[in-house]
Ligand binder design. Structure first.
Ligand code: ADP
Ligand code: MG
Length: 603
């Protein structure tokens, strides 16, 4: 038999190796920015076009490379960072494998310009098709600029595997933020399609966190510091009330390297025990410093897990440091979890029974009749016409008319419904006896379905009613959050939000009529967390997804007592739905029991 084993040609071997290092645009960003950090740059600029699919460029003012090194840098296993085996156990730099630039060059076009500070001229290298096309002396500033174009031009399968621009860009921003947070003493800029997304001046960690997360986080930051023999901790955790339902603002850096560690995350979460609202996760930014020898970072180049020698000890040190910090800054448990955060909101006026200016004369006004309606008791089912806090006054008769119309419809279509018998049980179920069966309806799921259909209709035909705010509400967001809001602006408008985007602030002038004012904060928190996921690509699926994530937080909660009119309205609305028996997620909304069922149960 003939010999069949051959050595792979170098360019094929490189392409295969590249698959390990370069998976998507953000992998290139990570490698290039880390090289700039290793080169001791004090200013690093990232330029991205088309979410990195078209172009990624990183420009630094670091130590640069001479002509020979510039050429060498693109070779596989060429590195200036380790020289002997022992160095492997004491890695102080981000890179050490010497394969990043070679891998990138194997799957993209790459242009390198670099100059050391003691040279007159720098070196420019153009690399395409995995070979050097040109190498010339060039006049440039000290430092290095690496430009990567047409990523995966020669690996169509990889290129097709890339997600939409907004998904890829989210990964890019995540990567940029991780590196920027790990190195507050370095100035960073990020530019996307000509626009400046971030400009983070060199400074302290606190400034860096605020630069990335937005101003609103500042007052929630709690410093943490602990020095022991095996590690030192410094950084910030956040007050419990700032904890979010969404993940993503949890940062561990070990020797300035971003890592993920569910185990250490648990140590922090435990430190907050009893202080957090249900299912919320605190944000934190922790720098752990330990001897490079005591950790094994020889992991897969794109992964972020590392192994510690003293895992258990590290767990307990972190855990007690968190408790200590929270205690020291006298952070007390949030006792009333149901009360939401209305006391901190800047629009407290709303909670104080403020009356809107009445333009029209109220002919029914009776000075001796007690005004009892308070804002807090407004029902989540009220239609837009009867929100006491809308800027315009409303006409009671109109409202009655609408109510009546809805009921008429119901009785035409569902002859056998008798709503006079309905009642709420256990603040969660609506019990509705019919002629031959009893319906047991889950109130939260029913309302979720009703709102979902309403929102879906509004998104597609854009007819949402909006209630004007008497005073605009200002909410602060991070760059990333504003970007998400901007991307989904049309949908938010179509369901009834009216707002202006002022830098990192949202000025909200109008909200959907189904909405309570004290829900807005929580609503945005939830919707941003949802939109931050990889959204489906097709427009129906996207609308469906968005409608679900909008409807869910708006739906009335269980353990919430409903008035008789509210129960009626909900049941009416539910039976008007295209699908009344299942939630958008497919869960049962109601249970029906016939006399026969009861008989069988009583056997
Ligand atoms: P590694 O970072 O693992 O050494 P890379 O392929 O990322 O491997 O880089 C190869 C070498 O090129 C580095 O060791 C470094 O000497 C040089 N290099 C890469 N980027 C820069 C930069 N921005 N400034 C100076 N030198 C650089
Ligand atoms: Mg590197």
């Amino acid at each position: 038999m003939q010999d069949v084993i051959q050595l792979l040609p170098e360019h094929v071997a490189n392409q295969i190796a590249a698959g390990e290092v370069v998976q998507r645009p953000c992998s290139v960003i990570k490698e290039l920015m880390e090289n700039s950090v290793d080169a001791e740059a004090t200013s690093i600029t990232l330029i991205v076009k088309d979410a990195g699919k078209q172009l990624i460029q990183v420009v630094d003012n670091g130590k640069g490379m001479n002509e020979v090194d510039a050429r060498m840098a693109l070779e596989r296993h060429a590195t200036s960072k380790i020289k002997k085996t022992e160095d492997l156990f004491d890695i102080q730099t981000k890179g050490f494998r010497g394969e990043a630039l070679a891998s990138i060059a194997a799957v993209a076009h790459l242009e390198l310009k670099t100059k050391t500070c003691d040279e007159e001229l720098g070196t420019a290298i153009v690399n395409a098709g995995n070979e050097v096309k040109s190498q010339d002396p060039v006049n440039c500033n000290p430092g290095t600029s690496i430009l990567v174009k047409n990523l995966f031009y020669n690996v169509p399968a990889r290129r097709n595997f890339l997600k939409s621009n907004s998904v890829e860009q989210k990964h890019n921003i995540d990567e940029f933020q991780r590196i920027a947070l790990a190195h507050p003493q370095i100035e960073f800029k990020m530019i996307h399609n000509q626009g400046e997304l971030f400009h983070l001046p060199a400074g302290k960690l606190r400034q860096r966190i605020v630069g990335i997360m937005g101003r609103k986080i500042d007052k929630h930051l709690v410093p943490i510091e602990e020095n022991t023999d095996i590690l030192s901790i410094n950084g910030y955790i956040t007050k419990p009330e700032f904890a979010k339902k969404k993940r993503g603002d949890q940062y561990f850096f070990v020797n300035h390297r971003f890592i993920k560690s569910p185990y250490l995350h648990h140590a922090i979460q435990k430190g907050y025990e009893g202080l957090l609202r249900e299912k919320t996760i605190p944000a934190y930014f922790l720098n752990l410093k330990m001897e490079a020898k005591s950790i094994d970072i020889n992991i897969h180049p794109t992964k972020t897990e590392i192994q510690f020698e003293n895992e258990h000890a590290i767990y307990s040190i972190i855990n007690s440091a968190v408790k200590h910090s929270l205690g020291q800054y006298q952070i007390k448990p949030v006792l009333d979890f149901e009360k939401k955060s209305e006391f901190e909101m800047p629009y407290q006026a709303y909670q104080k029974n403020v009356k809107p200016p009445q333009v029209e004369v109220d002919r029914n006004f009776n000075p001796f009749q007690q005004q009892t309606e308070s804002v807090d008791q407004r029902s989540p089912f009220q239609s837009s016409q009867n929100h006491a806090l809308t800027g315009t006054s409303f006409d009671l008769n109109d409202d009655q008319f609408i109510q009546q119309e809805a009921e008429e419809k119901l009785f035409q279509s569902k002859q056998d419904l008798d709503l006079s018998q309905v009642y709420q049980f256990a603040q969660q179920f609506l019990i509705l006896p019919l002629v031959d069966q009893i319906l047991i309806i889950d109130q939260h799921r029913a309302h979720y379905r009703v709102l979902y259909e309403e929102i879906l209709k509004n998104i597609t035909i854009e007819t949402a009613s909006s209630q004007q705010m008497l005073f605009p509400l200002y909410l602060d967001f991070s760059e990333r959050e504003m970007q998400l809001i901007n991307e989904h602006k049309n949908i938010l408008v179509s369901i009834g939000f009216q707002f202006e985007m002022l830098g990192n602030q949202l000025k909200i002038n109008g909200i959907p009529s189904e909405f309570q004012h004290d829900q807005i904060d929580e609503f945005f928190e939830q919707i941003i967390a949802d939109l931050d996921q990889d959204l489906p690509e097709s427009s129906f699926e996207k609308n469906d997804y968005v409608a679900r994530s909008l409807a869910k937080p708006m739906a009335v909660k269980n353990k919430f007592s409903l008035k008789q009119e509210e129960i009626h309205q909900l049941i009416n609305d539910l039976f008007e739905c295209k699908e009344s028996t299942r939630t958008p997620g497919g869960r049962k909304i109601m249970l029906s029991q016939t006399a026969e069922d009861f008989k069988n149960k009583l056997l």
